[in-house]
Design a protein. Structure first.
Length: 242
């Protein structure tokens, strides 16, 4: 057996591919099953997603549908993204289960805490996006002026909303990634602490670029937690490396 056929875990390339296929099928099955659930409870999910819109424009927050297929498209979209959201704990766990065979026994013990923390921070990012989206809508409407009548297309509204929740959820994984890099020895807490000024600039620029709504409040809602997470990750990394 050549050295290219066997990984550091003692598994052959074929075994790695089989394991990746198994994890992918489990994840895809979870997304599909929970996506069907989201499709069936679509009215309840749509009502929850509509609340920020109604909070921003309480007098009139109905959606405007101009295409006969818009309703079906919206329900399928909510089913798909609902399946991704509901199955995220399973997806995180399957990803970590695929990675852990390549880790040392000492590093493997962090698998469950890392999965739990990843889920927690991802959910936290979604929650922040959800509660700041109403303010984002209010800001965008004020920019347009009172001459405009607000009647959103549900698909366009949902695309922006889901994109914002996804961006916040992923970026809230920032401290988990930093701690993992510290434990892997890629960076040290001392190096991160020295670079805090550059980190603040990078976080501010990234928040301005990646916030889908582009309003100042949402950018601050993304940037401030990331700054706190940066210093928190330094402290956690220092404790775990002792």
């Amino acid at each position: 057996m050549s050295r290219f056929q066997r990984a550091a875990t003692g598994m052959t390339l074929a075994e790695h591919l089989a394991e990746a296929r198994r994890r992918f099928l489990i994840s895809a099955g979870a997304v599909l099953a929970l996506g069907v659930v989201a499709f069936l409870i679509y009215p309840s999910i749509l009502h929850v997603l509509q609340k920020p819109y109604c909070a921003a424009t309480p007098r009139h927050c109905k959606f405007l549908v101009t295409n006969p297929l818009d309703g079906l498209t919206l329900r399928i979209k909510i089913g798909f993204f609902g399946g991704l959201l509901f199955s995220s704990p399973i997806l995180f766990w399957q990803a970590w289960r695929f990675v852990t065979p390549g880790l040392k026994a000492k590093e493997r013990r962090y698998a469950i805490p890392f999965v739990a923390t990843s889920i927690l921070f991802f959910a936290g990012g979604i929650a922040v996006a959800y509660y700041s989206f109403g303010h984002a809508i209010s800001f965008l409407e004020s920019v347009g002026g009172r001459a405009l009548i607000t009647e959103y297309n549900p698909n366009q509204y949902l695309t922006l909303f889901l994109l914002m929740m996804f961006v916040f959820g992923v970026t809230f994984e920032f401290p988990v990634v930093l701690v993992a890099l510290e434990l892997a020895g890629v960076v040290t807490p001392r190096q991160l602490l020295r670079s805090w000024r550059y980190a603040l600039i990078a976080i501010t620029v990234a928040s301005a670029v990646f916030t889908p709504s582009g309003d100042p409040l949402s950018m601050m809602a993304l940037a401030l937690p990331l700054v706190v997470f940066y210093f928190l990750a330094i402290g956690v990394g220092k404790l775990l490396r002792k």
